[in-house]
Design a protein around this ligand. Structure first.
Ligand code: ADP
Ligand code: ASP
Ligand code: MG
Length: 472
């Protein structure tokens, strides 16, 4: 029995046609003798809209918030109606959908009265996206002959109480997955659960952070020792750059866990940064596949990727960053100074991406966030502080970059028309990163792509696809 966790992202379940495609993909796996556990996202854009409804309500715009909720109610009711023909089943499903939106409207009215939105209530609001999509999709699967059962993910994914970025508690999840999912799978059923959501010890709803459905899939794959974890999305796999920015991007056929983790962390949205870890721990291959093009081989992420003749595998971009410059003559020859600086970031729970030091100055980069003024005020006690937003980090990932002579010269030659603010290569052998203005980021990616992916190694990249595109 080959258990496979199949995760379908927002675009793969965005409307009835997409859910039909998803059902056909899952049915295909069942027919091939696999036993799938399905993890689904909210329908495309639903999470954004739920967040917008919450924000509008908390700003006192009750009418606006309820209008968003009403549009979402219709979208989910209509989708269910288009997919489920059995009169009894659809009546019950629509009643259930209405109950969820009635409760949501109650919460929104409450927020409009108290004018405050806490992370805990935000998680309750957004969780509706996955809770509802999961029920609709399970019902649609059943009508198409898949013996699906909707599971409330919050009963399995136990997390701590850091709302909006909760951390899963692996041991308990493993136990619960064995108790609640394994018997279904053994009985030939296909569990369908929402990604992204969980609950804490007290049963209060939490979420794993934006894009967290990938993480749920990997956690469940790890918990059940799956043979593979499949991430179904709207592109052919991990590409050499974001295809929305660089239309020439090529599919990467195979990549190592380490390289994929680096890409995800540095902004390749195709995978949530935490996805790889549970798979690494148990050496479970992760596949990134296209639900619009299911016969394509996608990208295989494995522990040791084969040797690649091209220096880089992919280029990632992380936007919305700020750079913080500290200047202090005191730093000269003192030890413990960096520790004091990092204590400030620790106090504000603000992760730092990149650090560069000279004798009297330190530059750091962080995600732009509303804590920056308070952080700068605290750092001001240690040094002169300046900070600037709208920066982007370009991250080139490939095996053993450090071992290749002249690589940095080639990279910076490719972007010689762009002002580079900060450079880092030391930390990892597989990553070369530099910081530029956000407005230059797309141009930098295209220039680097043109410079480094002209003659891609056919063992690693799908160069055939480019040839076909040129000849058609
Ligand atoms: P899903 O809803 O399926 O989780 P996401 O929108 O989160 O999908 O991720 C898929 C998107 O990631 C693609 O549409 C693409 O624009 C973007 N992306 C960014 N970098 C890359 C990359 N290197 N390879 C593939 N896709 C990428
Ligand atoms: N629906 C959530 C989001 O949009 C989680 C996910 O899709 O992975 O962030
Ligand atoms: Mg995603």
């Amino acid at each position: 029995m080959s258990l496979v966790v199949m995760k379908f992202g927002g675009t793969s379940v965005e409307d009835p046609a997409a859910i039909e495609r998803t059902a056909a993909i899952v049915a295909g796996r069942v027919a091939a003798g696999k036993t799938p556990v399905v993890v689904v996202s909210a329908m495309a854009k639903v999470t954004d809209q739920l967040l917008r409804a919450g924000a509008a309500a908390a700003a006192g715009d009750k009418t606006g918030a309820l209008a968003i909720s009403s549009r979402l109610r219709s979208r989910h009711r209509d989708t269910a109606c288009a997919l489920v023909k059995d009169a009894g089943v659809i009546a019950e499903l629509q009643k259930w959908i209405d109950q969820k939106f009635d409760s949501l409207d109650e919460v929104l009215r409450g927020l409009a009265a108290i004018l405050e939105l806490t992370p805990r209530i935000s998680d309750l609001i957004v969780s509706n996206g996955e809770r509802i999509s999961c029920r609709i999709i399970a019902a649609a699967f059943r009508e198409r002959g898949i013996d699906a059962e909707a599971i409330d993910a919050r009963k399995i994914i136990l997390t701590d109480s850091q709302f909006q970025k909760a951390v899963p508690i692996d041991n308990t999840i493993e136990q619960r997955a064995e108790e609640k999912l394994r018997p279904l799978v053994n009985a030939g059923k296909v569990p369908v659960m929402g990604g992204f959501i969980g609950s804490n010890e007290a049963g209060i709803t939490t979420t794993l952070g934006r894009g967290g459905s990938d993480f749920t899939a990997a956690i469940i794959g790890g918990a059940l020792n799956a043979a593979a974890i499949e991430i179904w999305t709207d592109v052919d796999g991990i590409m050499t750059a974001d295809p929305r920015v660089c239309p020439d991007a090529l599919r990467v056929k195979v990549i190592s866990f380490e390289e994929a983790a680096e890409l995800a962390y540095f902004g390749a949205k195709v995978l949530h940064p935490a996805t790889i870890l549970p798979a690494v721990k148990k050496n479970i291959p992760v596949l990134v596949l296209n639900s619009r093009n299911p016969t394509n081989d996608g990208t295989r992420i494995i522990s040791l990727a084969p040797h690649c003749k091209s220096p880089f595998k992919s280029i990632a971009v992380k936007k919305k960053l700020s750079i913080i410059d500290l200047v202090a003559s005191r730093m000269l020859m003192t030890h413990g100074y960096l520790k004091e600086i990092f204590t400030v970031f620790d106090k504000h729970q603000c992760p730092v991406d990149m650090v560069s030091t000279s004798e009297v100055s330190v530059s750091l980069t962080v995600d732009s966030n509303d804590k920056l003024p308070a952080i700068a005020a605290d750092l001001g006690k240690l040094a002169d502080v300046k900070y600037e937003g709208k920066k982007a980090l370009i991250c080139m990932v490939g095996e053993d970059i450090r071992g290749q002579n002249g690589m940095a010269a080639q990279v910076f030659n490719a972007v010689r028309h762009i002002n580079v603010r900060m450079i880092s290569q030391g930390a990892s052998e597989i990553n070369m990163s530099f910081m530029i203005e956000e407005e230059d980021a797309d141009e930098a990616v295209r220039s680097l792509h043109a410079a480094f992916f002209q003659n891609p190694d056919p063992a690693i990249f799908d160069a055939e696809a480019r040839k076909l595109a040129v000849s058609s």
